[in-house]
Write a protein that binds this ligand. Structure first.
Ligand code: NAD
Length: 281
């Protein structure tokens, strides 16, 4: 392996120190309301990790448990109540939601100044204008990782694989804001047989698909920075979307999976909460 390992934890630790200072400046504990509808095991695992992170930072984490048969209208009413509650600084909705609930619809009801996942259309829209104060957590985590490499993104060939609303689309806009030359690949690119061609020209490669081994190590350009957002369980191991060992022999920097993007994502959520509390002040 010739690449340097781009780990999320040490960066997260630095950002946590800043969050702690900001909380002192606020003069009171910020409050995060976390809505959990039902008892999905995956959602519960996220809740535990968020709770641990929040407590370590001096953030009050209020878990709002709702029945799995709650109606969409009932959930909207609950969100509205939290919007009006002046003691609550940030609201998140745990995924997956019960099937009768449309996440997009519900997230649009969260007040923009309390939307610490940055998924409200108002906050998403601000990304287009480069004026967003609250960024979606995973794209924000990727931007922090890139900052750590000290790469100047201006004019760089950046290839983003994956165009979801939670990762690829907002991330592409953040990269454009840094004047990178951004190509966004997705399922259509693969269907057209053009994924390899695009990946091979990437000076910075960011992959968020959810398919182990999708990106062959030999496709990675010498000296490229590789950020693997993907999380896949393969034979009881967690791996990303990029063939790690082979890619690492070409790249200059590469994120491990787990240990790259993941540890930073939850820290971005806490940073957004403090930012939201500042905006509300
Ligand atoms: P998604 O399913 O919403 O989107 C997947 C994207 O991959 C789409 O743009 C789709 O077009 C593209 N795609 C699918 N098959 C493809 C193929 N064969 N070739 C090229 N593109 C293809 O997924 P998501 O929610 O954006 O998540 C993507 C991955 O990132 C998942 O593994 C998820 O677990 C992971 N993730 C990690 C974090 C983290 O904190 N580390 C956060 C969010 C998501």
């Amino acid at each position: 392996m010739s690449a340097k390992l781009l780990e999320g934890k040490p960066i997260a630790e630095k950002i946590k120190q800043q969050i702690k200072q900001d909380i002192e400046g606020l003069g009171r504990k910020p409050v995060l309301a976390s809505i959990l509808a039902g008892d999905n095991a995956g959602a519960l695992a996220y809740v535990r990790s968020q709770q641990k992170n929040a407590e370590a930072l001096g953030i009050e984490y209020c878990l709002e448990k709702l029945e799995s048969n709650i109606t969409e209208a009932g959930l909207v009413d609950f969100v509205r109540k939290l919007n009006q509650d002046k003691s609550v600084n940030g609201i998140i909705i745990q995924m997956p939601l019960p099937e009768q609930i449309d996440y997009k619809k519900i997230s649009s009801f969260i007040a923009a100044e309390k939307d610490i996942e940055g998924m409200n259309p108002q906050n998403m829209g601000k990304i287009v204008f480069g004026s967003a104060k609250i960024l979606p957590c995973t794209p924000a985590a990727v931007m922090e990782l890139l900052k750590e490499t000290a790469v100047d993104l201006c004019g760089k060939e950046v290839v983003v694989v994956g165009h979801s609303e939670i990762v690829g689309k907002p991330l592409s806009l953040l990269l454009l804001d840094k004047l990178a030359t951004v190509s966004v690949c997705h399922i259509g690119t693969s269907k057209a047989g053009k994924l390899e061609e695009h990946v091979k020209k990437a000076e910075v490669l960011i992959v968020a698909v959810g398919r182990a081994g999708l990106i062959k190590g030999e496709w990675v350009k010498d000296g490229a920075i590789v950020i693997d957002v993907g999380i896949n369980r393969v034979a009881d191991k967690i791996v990303g979307d990029v063939e790690f060992e082979a890619a690492a022999s070409h790249a200059s920097w590469i994120t491990p999976v787990p240990g790259g993007v993941g540890p930073l994502t939850v820290t971005m959520l806490m940073r957004n909460l403090v930012e939201a509390a500042k905006l509300q002040k």
